[in-house]
Design a protein. Structure first.
Length: 389
């Protein structure tokens, strides 16, 4: 039995938990099923328990603020270092540099995506202007430092993120990719997909600047002028709600664009299955899980050509330019060419079958088995703090 310790920003019970935390939890459950002990060392949140066990995972929470992230390395060194066989040091916007305190341990640096230019579109407190630009700078400096200091195995989920890591100075040989995990219930047969009678365009995602939902709606507006026998459904909510509703009203799309908010996951999958195509217009993604989810329901994707989406949408259509006009052109091409539609639909559905948590775990397990044992020369977390400052 090995003791595996994840050090990350959030755990699965955190109200702000997202896709990354789901991956950590699902990987951990499979480690436990194979006889290992798993600990998640994370900052706390309001009214949380200091210690908790979830699905067999031991969760230890230290502090409850952004700055408590840097207490994790201290806690690990003082209480957990001697128990740890495998350290999985997760980077999410910021890093704890816990690997600097880890000796005679298999060290994994796990990063789902790099925020980079996404910081400039940040509107969620506390990282509003100008703190968002400070966040961008800190992330950049930290990754440059980690590329020089980290000697273990780096792991990410896409070619795009790996290429970004290489630009920061990470070693190609020691930077690996695992398949993104999903517990989505795939259609057993593509023939089971029942589409709406009217050609239906779908958008699913948060209504925030970095997702660019208005770009998707504008592309539909261009398409709809030529092909009025079409409709759109947008699923989500967010800061741009008023702008979206105003655009729909102003451009006479009230009867053609349906807004769906606060729907269940089951209803979301139902809408994905009924839609003809999904549009994804993000500034950037780590992977673009919504593409995989839609593909699993027999719905092809048209996406912008950006990091993450060009990785998840390899079987769909990717725009030549990241504009509503270019997306409308691809939308028209898919609408008019039934053979193209059928081929992309088939290829996308087949590809989506690869992205399961079981496959994600198998990839991760193989990387850990081949990762070198790290004997780190950095003895104290104080040195790590000094380097960061």
């Amino acid at each position: 039995m090995k003791t595996i310790i994840f050090v990350s920003w959030k755990d699965i019970k955190n109200p702000a938990a997202g896709g990354a935390e789901a991956v950590h939890q699902e990987l951990s459950k499979r480690f436990i099923q194979n006889g290992h002990r798993v600990i998640h060392l994370v900052p706390g949140f309001k009214d949380c328990l200091t210690n908790e066990i979830v699905d067999g995972v031991e969760i230890i929470r230290v502090g409850n603020s952004l700055f408590s992230f840097y207490q994790l390395a201290w806690y690990f060194k003082k209480f957990l270092k001697d128990q740890c066989d495998i350290l999985i040091d997760v980077f999410n916007c910021f890093g704890s540099f816990t690997f600097l305190t880890s000796k005679k341990t298999v060290n994994i640096f796990f990063i789902h995506h790099i925020q980079a230019e996404v910081w400039k579109y940040q509107t969620t407190p506390p990282f509003v202007f100008p703190l968002n630009y400070i966040g961008w700078l800190i992330e950049k400096i930290q990754l440059l430092l980690i590329a020089k200091l980290f000697k273990g195995q780096a792991v990410t989920i896409s070619d795009s993120t790996r290429n970004e890591l290489l630009e920061y100075g990470f070693n190609l040989v020691n930077t690996s990719i695992i398949r993104e995990g999903s517990d989505i219930e795939h259609l057993e047969q593509l023939e089971n997909a029942v589409k709406n009678d009217i050609f239906t365009v779908l958008f699913v995602g948060r209504w925030v600047k970095m997702k660019r939902p208005l770009d998707a709606i504008k592309s539909f507006e261009i398409f709809h002028k030529k092909y009025p026998n079409s409709q759109m459904r947008i699923i989500g909510s967010g800061d741009l709600s008023d702008q979206i509703k105003s655009f729909i009203q102003t451009n006479g799309l009230v009867n053609n664009v349906e807004i769906l908010t606060r729907i269940s996951n089951e209803e979301k999958l139902h809408q994905m299955q009924k839609a003809s195509v999904i549009l994804v217009t993000s500034i950037k993604e780590g992977w673009g899980l919504v593409v995989t989810e839609a593909n699993s329901q027999g719905t092809p994707c048209i996406s912008y050509n950006v990091a993450g989406l060009r990785d998840s949408n390899t079987k769909g259509l990717v725009t030549k330019q990241n504009t509503p006009e270019a997306m409308a052109e691809e939308l028209e091409r898919l609408y008019l060419d039934k053979n193209l539609y059928n081929q992309i639909q088939k290829d996308s559905w087949s590809d989506s079958l690869n992205f399961t948590f079981d496959n994600c775990y198998l990839d991760f397990e193989e990387i850990i088995a081949e990762a070198p044992l790290e004997i780190n020369k950095m003895e104290t977390v104080e040195k790590a703090v000094m380097i960061k400052s």
